[in-house]
Design a protein around this ligand. Structure first.
Ligand code: 5GP
Length: 114
C-alpha cells in the first residue's frame, strides 16, 4: 500500500489544505491550482491509487463520494451546474496516485474536454 502521496499527508493533517468537508470516509478540500472559481477535490480516506483499482467493496464508498459532491456543489452555490472529473492514470492526466474527484464550477465548460 502506498503511504507517501501528498493527499495522505493532507488526510493526516501533516500539510495544510483548505478543507470544506470531512467525515469518516472522505475529505474535500480546495485544489491548490484551481481551474475554475470553485475547484474542490473529493477523496476517500481509504487508499485506492486509481479508478482502475476500485472493486465491488468500494461501491458504497464511491456512491458516498458522489452524494458529498452533490451536497457540496449545492452548498457552494452551484446547484445549477457543475462538472465532476476523475482522471485515471497518467495518460488521462492523473498526477496524484490517490483516487480523487474534481468538483469544478463557477464558469462555463467546453465539451469535449481537452
Ligand atoms: P489529477 O491531475 O491527479 O487529476 O489532480 C491532482 C490535483 O491535485 C491537481 O489539480 C493539483 O492541483 C492538486 N494538488 C496537487 N498537490 C496539491 C496539494 O498539495 N494541495 C492541494 N490542495 N491540491 C494539490
Amino acid at each position: 500500500m502506498m503511504t507517501d502521496n501528498i493527499f495522505l499527508k493532507i488526510i493526516d493533517k501533516k500539510i495544510p489544505a483548505k478543507i470544506v468537508y470531512e467525515d469518516e470516509r472522505c475529505l474535500a478540500f480546495r485544489d491548490i491550482n484551481p481551474q475554475a472559481p470553485t475547484h474542490v477535490l473529493i477523496i476517500p480516506i481509504k487508499v485506492i491509487p486509481t479508478h482502475d483499482e476500485i472493486g465491488d467493496d468500494d461501491k458504497e464508498l464511491l456512491g458516498h463520494l458522489h452524494v458529498v459532491a452533490a451536497k457540496l456543489a449545492r452548498e457552494l452555490g452551484h446547484g445549477d451546474g457543475y462538472r465532476l472529473v476523475l482522471n485515471c492514470r497518467e495518460s488521462a492526466g492523473q498526477t496524484v496516485p490517490h483516487l480523487h474527484m474534481h468538483l469544478l464550477a463557477g464558469r462555463s465548460f467546453a465539451w469535449p474536454p481537452g
